[in-house]
Design a protein around this ligand. Structure first.
Ligand code: ATP
Length: 215
């Protein structure tokens, strides 16, 4: 099996918190590749700031130098809200025998039960949760039960099974968020070193987060 990590996000914009998490997951969980899947129309947000095509361009630019990073624009090709369950079902159709792991940050995992058809996600993939600063794994409630039924501490389980397990993995804590970057740019400040320069260049040229000329 060639285990595949799937990293969905709004990526508005992509930053080193995303990239480092994906890279550490790639190495620690021995994925053959990590697929970045920018959300076309994120169901949990009223709107995005940069348009989908530009967010995709930033993800492509940021990942271009790592051959194990793949960019998948399937959510931009579909119409309607970008539900992860639909993406995972489509990937499962393309890779019937592969181990698929959906990579999510702890903040995203804590909101899992609000996702469309969330109960079906483990039918298609494992869920791999990246620890983020300030967040703890739940031990009670629906998520607590889900972790006790499906949780594993063995990376091999993610390889030997195609789906259905939950694995929590600590990653280097980089307290960077897309919100903070957008706010910096809107305030006329430079987001340099929070993301690859190629992404910063796209932000500067496109004025996607601020119309001013200050950076
Ligand atoms: P926003 O600030 O706009 O909410 P974000 O920085 O959280 O954005 P998203 O595109 O919403 O970025 O996140 C995509 C995925 O990456 C989510 O699973 C999220 O938990 C995870 N993630 C975001 N920032 C980090 C970070 N600094 N470290 C690890 N994971 C992160």
């Amino acid at each position: 099996m060639n285990p595949i990590g799937i990293f969905g996000g709004t990526f508005d914009p992509i930053h080193y918190g995303h990239l480092r998490t994906a890279f550490e997951m790639l190495q620690a969980l021995r994925f053959a590749e990590v697929r970045f899947v920018p959300s076309g129309d994120p169901p949990h947000r009223n709107s995005t700031y940069a348009p989908a095509s530009l967010r995709l361009e930033m993800v492509r630019a940021a990942t271009a130098n790592e051959t194990s990073f793949v960019v998948d624009d399937c959510e931009l090709q579909r119409s309607g809200p970008s539900y992860s369950v639909d993406t995972l079902a489509a990937l499962r159709g393309q890779h019937p025998a592969a181990s698929l792991s959906l990579i999510v940050g702890m903040d995203a995992f804590l909101g899992l039960t609000s996702w469309y058809r969330w109960e079906e996600i483990l039918n298609y993939a494992h869920i791999v949760v990246a620890h983020r600063p300030g967040w703890r794994a739940p031990d009670i409630g629906a998520l607590g039960e889900l972790i006790s039924a499906h949780g594993t501490h063995r990376v091999d389980d993610l390889h030997e099974q195609t789906n259905g397990r939950i694995y929590i993995h600590a990653v280097t804590q980089l307290e960077i968020s897309s919100t903070e970057i957008r706010e910096l740019v809107m305030a006329g400040r430079d987001p340099r070193f929070l993301m690859p320069d190629v992404v910063r260049d796209i932000i500067v040229k496109s004025h996607c987060y601020a119309t001013g000329e200050s950076i």
